[in-house]
Design a protein around this ligand. Structure first.
Ligand SMILES: *[C@@H]1O[C@H](CO)[C@@H](O)[C@H](O)[C@H]1NC(C)=O
Length: 251
């Protein structure tokens, strides 16, 4: 089921020029099952009754996610908030409108406005984003949270979290320079291990957060494979886009 979903996405990506040949659909591998009370900003984006992407609550009626989660959706999306499980519990919210940042692959962020606002409680809370132009030093550990596959063949109904380090931009650039991802640009950050175990992001956690010290530093955007060595992932830098995000929330 997950693989047919991914195949669909790759097919669609060839139809959309600015999003072509990208490796999307990220999930977590090597993580631990966690509870929504520990990450109450996390929401699931559902598409045709399946887990599709993650997002984060950033105001009473706004969710931050990756643009490709919106662009590739072939039918309407809805949001489940306040549950540790993507397939049950919590509250369901439909989307009034979406605002994607830009048309380029590397401008991969979007804001969704929900109809029924979030009732803040221990399972639903907003997260603050990194300050404008705040820089993350390489090696800083962060938490990446999502529902996705825990390996290339298994998926999880329960929320997962994994601790990953930020990676030096030049080291990351060396890894991706000859791949379809190509140049790492401003507004993108690299996260993950090089040459280490199976902890990394793989298909399906797109749109989910990188959290450092209780604030959102990044949005899961792109990567390749699942828990491969030498495969850190590309995240959108929320500090770089801080102003746009705050503007959208104020609307
Ligand atoms: C996003 O907004 C566009 C433009 O209003 C709309 O056509 C599209 O269906 C929306 N996508 C989703 C997933 O809500």
């Amino acid at each position: 089921m997950f693989f047919s979903l991914i195949t669909t996405l790759i097919f669609i990506s060839h139809v959309l020029p600015s999003y072509s040949e990208s490796s999307f659909e990220m999930k977590i591998s090597g993580g631990n099952a966690v509870r929504i009370k520990d990450y109450p900003f996390q929401v699931s984006l559902l598409h045709r009754n399946n887990q599709w992407c993650s997002g984060t609550i950033v105001s009473k009626s706004h969710v931050l996610t990756a643009a490709h989660c919106i662009v590739f959706a072939s039918s309407y999306l809805y949001i489940r908030a306040g549950s540790s499980y993507w397939n049950k519990g919590g509250s369901i919210h439909s989307i009034v409108y979406n605002a994607t940042y830009g048309k380029k692959l590397n401008e991969d962020l979007a804001i969704l406005r929900v109809w029924a606002h979030f009732n803040f409680d221990e399972t639903r809370q907003p997260i603050s984003i990194f300050y404008r132009d705040e820089v993350i030093s390489p090696g800083t550990m962060g938490t990446v949270i999502g529902w996705g596959m825990t390996s290339e063949t298994t998926s999880s109904y329960q929320l997962q979290a994994v601790e990953l380090p930020s990676l030096d931009r030049n080291k990351c650039q060396l890894i991706f320079k000859d791949t379809i991802i190509g140049k790492i640009v401003d507004g993108e950050i690299c996260v993950g291990y090089i040459n280490k175990n199976n902890k990394n992001i793989c298909q399906g956690d797109s749109g989910g957060p990188l959290v450092i010290d209780q604030r959102q530093a990044g949005i899961v955007s792109m990567g390749r494979g699942c828990g491969y060595p030498n495969s850190p992932a590309i995240f959108i830098d929320t500090a770089y886009y801080n102003q746009w995000i705050l503007e959208q929330i104020s609307l």
